[in-house]
Write a protein that binds this ligand. Structure first.
Ligand code: ARG
Length: 563
């Protein structure tokens, strides 16, 4: 129920059509202070029509507006303040949440329109970094939120599986590599070969020629080159898969960069047809002056394609294959200028669908204040971070609740949830710092805090089962319950905002507010007291647990029943 609509209708009825209902609706505000009611209507808007002082208008309207949904209406200066009936609204909101269950908050905005989401996209033969974690986790949450708004998300892992580095890797492997080592610990060993290549080629520049040759062979479909490349890809992907399994994140497609190899000529052809290619120092470029962007280099002077050539092919492929409603790229903010170039080139080529292309950038990640980079050697493996978090969660649970059944499973859910929540709780563009002890605290702005609140609700519901309470009414007029009810009522709007802004933090922040409101209520009321109100109180607990669980699901976080 949209209570603003009810208020707008009541004001409309009391003002002789001085303003239309939609205008009134738009003017309604939520007062900053709680003692000023749930909504306020600024009477300034009527001053011209009624030729009266707004304060006088507010005063008069206060006696005229009527609805069963209002407890009372008060004029304060030029404002008309509405206090909703706690009993009526609580009853309605709780009933709705309980009826709809996990579907509460669903709205079919998308009509099942396809939305490819380019996410995770680590590079073959390189470790998956914390930056890839952000893309994976943010992309997954964005996908869940889109589905809740009626879209059909298509999670696409655009693996970095092509490029001249594979020539170097093959060269290095053939010189110093060992099959058994690669099988045992693929990425670690492949990285080691690659690093050794770069150390050696300072003294032996002929290695570079060798690498170029191998890459050429790879491009030409040479059997050995292709076999090695494929093998490197498979063993790397197997390692990445371990992380995806821990996170319980699945992809719909894995169309890496190599997938577009046979689609690049067409891109170049199209650019030529449109007269967009220009030669510059031997390279083929597209000028983007009118977009205030530096030129996009499409082909190097030796005719080789680039990262952007593949992304152009990718966008065109997605349009044809999926006829997408939106086309999303969850990639770090360091590639912002780059994605602007991709979009600009597509627009120049006449692809109108590029208007629905959105880069969803995110900030850098640091661990205990330190920057991460693969090149400097300070490789922090994502898997290690997740494993450490699960280990620490298990220790905490063993200390707090040693009798808990399936401790290992809960520790997994809490440990992983803590990392994911930390990743999503702030606006994605902000840099994120990471400290395991902090993010695992059961109090504060953490995932475990929200999970714990949910488990606390479930524990009350378990106890209540024995009492076999029945009833049909969820009227509550407790001030602390009211804060919870108002949060529950907001949920559909929160999902919409998170979706509109591709911003999972809107939901993460909401779960914290709902948890805080619920814990205040929990601490100040005897929920299981044997009186006439117990049915309504349990309804509130159940509704809160439902919305917390669903919010966590949207973020890609599990909600254990006990912890
Ligand atoms: N593999 C790239 C990297 O690690 C990310 C790819 C992003 N997606 C894209 N379509 N360019 O930086």
């Amino acid at each position: 129920m949209d209570y603003k609509k009810i208020i707008a209708a009541a004001v409309f009825a009391a003002t002789d059509a001085a303003l239309n209902e939609e205008e009134i609706y738009r003017l309604l505000e939520v007062p900053k202070q709680e003692n000023l009611g749930d909504y306020a209507f600024p009477a300034f808007a009527l001053a011209k029509t009624f030729h009266k002082n707004p304060a006088v208008i507010a005063e008069e309207l206060a006696t005229k507006v009527k609805s069963d949904y209002f407890d009372h209406v008060e004029a304060v200066g030029p404002y008309l303040n509405f206090f909703l009936s706690k009993n009526v609204v609580s009853n309605e909101v709780i009933k709705q949440v309980l009826n709809e269950g996990a579907d509460y908050g669903y709205f079919d905005e998308g009509h099942n329109g396809n939305v490819p989401i380019d996410m995770s996209s680590p590079n073959i033969a390189k470790p998956m970094s914390m930056g890839h974690l952000r893309s994976t986790v943010i992309g997954n949450a964005v996908a869940n939120i889109l589905a809740k708004r009626g879209y059909h998300p298509i999670k696409d892992n655009h693996l970095g599986d092509w490029g001249t580095q594979f020539g170097k890797l093959i060269t290095a492997y053939k010189l110093w590599g060992n099959e058994e080592d690669v099988k045992k610990d693929p990425i670690k060993n492949l990285v080691a070969y690659y690093v050794k290549f770069h150390e050696e080629d300072v003294e032996h520049p002929e290695l570079d020629d060798e690498a170029r040759l191998w890459f050429k062979k790879l491009e030409d479909g040479d059997e050995e080159a292709h076999r090695l490349w494929k093998w490197f890809s498979e063993v790397s992907l197997k390692e990445f898969q371990r992380v995806y399994d821990i996170l319980d994140i699945q992809f719909d497609i894995y169309n890496g960069e190599a997938f577009y190899n046979d689609k690049l000529d067409e891109v170049v052809e199209l650019l030529k047809q449109k007269n967009l290619l220009e030669e510059s120092e031997g390279a083929q470029i597209v000028r983007l002056d009118e977009y205030n962007l530096s030129p996009a280099v499409i082909l190097k002077s030796d005719g080789a394609s680039l990262y952007i050539t593949r992304d152009l092919a990718t966008a065109i492929y997605r349009e044809r294959e999926f006829d997408f409603a939106k086309n999303l790229y969850v990639v770090g903010s360091e590639q912002t200028h780059y994605f602007k170039q991709v979009q600009a080139v597509l627009l120049k080529m006449g692809f109108e669908s590029a208007k629905e292309m959105h880069h969803i950038p995110f900030g850098l990640i640091t661990v205990n204040g330190k920057k991460l980079s693969t090149r400097s050697g300070r490789i922090i493996l994502l898997e290690e971070v997740l494993n450490d978090s699960m280990d620490l969660a298990l220790k905490m649970i063993e200390a707090k609740n040693p009798a808990l059944p399936n401790k290992e499973q809960v520790a997994r859910e809490v440990g992983v949830g803590a990392v994911v929540f930390n990743d999503l709780k702030n606006e994605r563009i902000l840099a994120e710092d990471f400290n395991l002890e902090e993010i695992l605290k059961f109090e504060g702005d953490t995932g475990p805090y929200v999970q714990y609140t949910h488990a606390r609700g479930q524990s009350i519901l378990r106890k209540a089962q024995e009492l076999a309470i029945t009833g049909s009414d969820y009227a509550l007029d407790d001030a602390n319950a009211w804060v919870v009810v108002k949060q529950l009522e907001k949920f559909p709007e929160i999902v919409k905002e998170a979706n509109d802004r591709f911003e999972p933090s809107v939901i993460a922040k909401y779960t914290l507010k709902l948890s805080q409101a619920f814990n205040r209520y929990y601490g100040n009321s005897k929920i299981l007291a044997d009186d006439g109100g117990i049915h309504a109180r349990l309804g509130l607990v159940q509704a809160t647990a439902t919305v917390l669980k669903e919010s966590l699901r949207l973020l890609g976080i599990k909600a254990p029943e006990q912890m």
